[in-house]
Design a protein around this ligand. Sequence first.
Ligand SMILES: [Zn+2]
Length: 272
Amino acid sequence: MAISTDTDLRPVAPVARDSRELLAPLVELAARCPALTAEVVGSFVSEERAYELHRFHFHGPKAEHDSLRIGVFAGLHGDEPAGVEALVRWLHELAEEPWRATGYELTVFPLCNPTGYEDNTRHNRSGLDLNRHFWRRSDQREVALLERELIAGKFDGLITLHSDDTSEGLYGYTQGRLLNEALLKPALRASERVLPLNRQPLIDGFVASEGLIQRCFDGVLSAPSHQRPQPFDLIFETPALAPLDSQVEATLLAIETVLVEYRVFLAHSINL
Ligand SMILES: [Zn+2]
């Protein structure tokens, strides 16, 4: 017979997050889906446990043009699960409906900061904000591995996913480049069907207009500065306090809109 004790009154412990458990379904999916491959790009040890950074590669059906290489990154900040969940879901959806990635080779890094994800912290377990340490000779293994991927990937475009708990709406960083703006604007418009846009004149300390910020922090994940031409490079932010499902849905709408718009952009520039 169960006897009620005061242990029943203890608060329920938060659900432990396990980075391996999160990505295991994708690894299994890759084993079944010929268009999807899963690879470990490197590992590191933290508190006597091995952590791995995973890369998922999705080969979309061929188009008339050369395949466009896009790198998509999430979970640089461990307490922002929306982008992570969105990429896990996206890859499952693409496996079912590969036509959505026609003409694209997608390289997806759903979880860039596995220790932060498990600890539910913005920083990694060394206490650092990884997204301030790119291209600065960082000794953080996650940054070094991702920099290597950014060099080797020679991407035509980069999309990085974040969430912001101080924002009540969606927004993004264009880094002052016209192409970024041309892609991010329709992406925000599409995702605005699910969540509101942040129309504040100041977001995250930066001047903003219609959810677009021109400037950016130093040391964020970006293409190597010597790469020519520079890829488009978008940072998309969801309001972290909004329902997770809505953030995921808004993120997927944004990514897919970018893919469509980039093809349109290329078609125009070839005809010009
Ligand atoms: Zn973030």
